[in-house]
Design a protein around this ligand. Sequence first.
Ligand SMILES: C[S@@+](CC[C@H](N)C(=O)[O-])C[C@H]1O[C@@H](n2cnc3c(N)ncnc32)[C@H](O)[C@@H]1O
Length: 451
Amino acid sequence: MATRLARPYTVSPDSEGGFAQCLRANRLARGLSLAQLAKKVRVSKGYLSRLERQKARPSVRLIKRIAKTLRVDSSSLLLRAGYLPGEMREILHGYPLEAHAVLRETFGEYTGEHGEMQEENANDRGSARSCPTPASLADWEALYETVFGDCFEWLGQREPNSIHAVVTDPPYGLKEYTPVEKEKLRNGQGGVWRIPPSFDGCKRRPLPRFTVLTDADRSALADFFLSWARKVLRVLVPGGHVFIATNPLVSHVVYVALVEAGFEKRGEIMRLVQTLRGGDRPKNAHNEFDQVTVMPRSCFEPWGLFRKPCEGRVQDNLRKWKTGGLRRISREQPFFDVIRSAPTRPNERQIAPHPSLKPQGFMRRIVRAALPLGEGIVLDPFMGGGSTIAAACALAYRSIGIESDVEFYDMAVRAIPALAGLIPNWSRASGRQQAQSDAQQGLLLERPSRT
Ligand SMILES: C[S@@+](CC[C@H](N)C(=O)[O-])C[C@H]1O[C@@H](n2cnc3c(N)ncnc32)[C@H](O)[C@@H]1O
């Protein structure tokens, strides 16, 4: 049972300026001046400016007001200011095995004397850091580029062999991001977007319905991915990987097209996540067939993993192009193809209310793996709300995102700095229930100490 801690926060200095950077980035992302934010959080403009220059230390209450006003996760801001919430301390103490494994898996090895997460290679400039702390916002922005436009056009004009990895979640249904269907989604009127009924007064998120695809839709999907994959193959360097989100109903169409275009299939990443898809009894015959499920309740999201063929051996390719393999979690641990992941959290959805937004916790793991030496450029040609680009930023990787819908493009531009500044909430993914189910599936090395 959780005990209430006498001291809710452990305090350490904000020596890296993480809070100050994050405050400024999020204030600017929301289009607020110093004076406007100061008024909203009830401090003077001068004091706020001192906070942004690391000349003052904010109180816990002020940080919570700032987090509420800027709609960012207060735990993340508190951590950046050097406050370790008691709840997190409890997780670290209560689940040392899982907490450590999850953090290391995502951010690299913990070897620093002063508590920082360090990469396996100390000389590695592209190292994955838990919080990006660039010298200024401009440095951070220099890491990525966003393009408003059609990715097919962009790919056609891009220099060959100039992208090192693609991490993307395309519009597989093709239909769901057409203007007609987007209009229906924005008006809450269904179409290919299934609007689930609201329960207990809670409105549920719309999900695209892939079961409504006809044979003609599937054939158009195959053509779409073949033409897309050919263009991607040209711009990727040899040995460059593609991580492509899909779903169990259409993955075969997407995979065949990529192989036909010239990619090697290198595996699949299983994102373990409970969706609302499947698991229903036959429509209008629930009682008659109460022991039947029409389709399995989906508990994973497959991500296809492909590679442009290497030039020679992997080691030669790594030397010449910096690609060919995947980045290890640590010296001891390779990258694994099963990743536990909670659905995207409400605070991420508030920052980027895109209907298909992927969670930072998961995106950072796969984006990190995509550049084996941490060098090069990651491309997301279907950027949506910007989750790939934000993940790349958080890892201090260079990236390019392309989005053809003006509303989603503007959303991504606003959201990327705020998403990149978040610290993923592991408490759900490494909670007791999850840990037990992982232990049953053989995903944990040991059973959790608390049962
Ligand atoms: C499934 S969503 C991506 C969501 C994204 N992974 C995220 O986390 O927000 C696909 C996106 O691709 C965009 N899109 C569709 N066709 C496109 C094209 N030809 N070029 C660029 N973007 C496109 C859609 O507008 C949509 O926002």
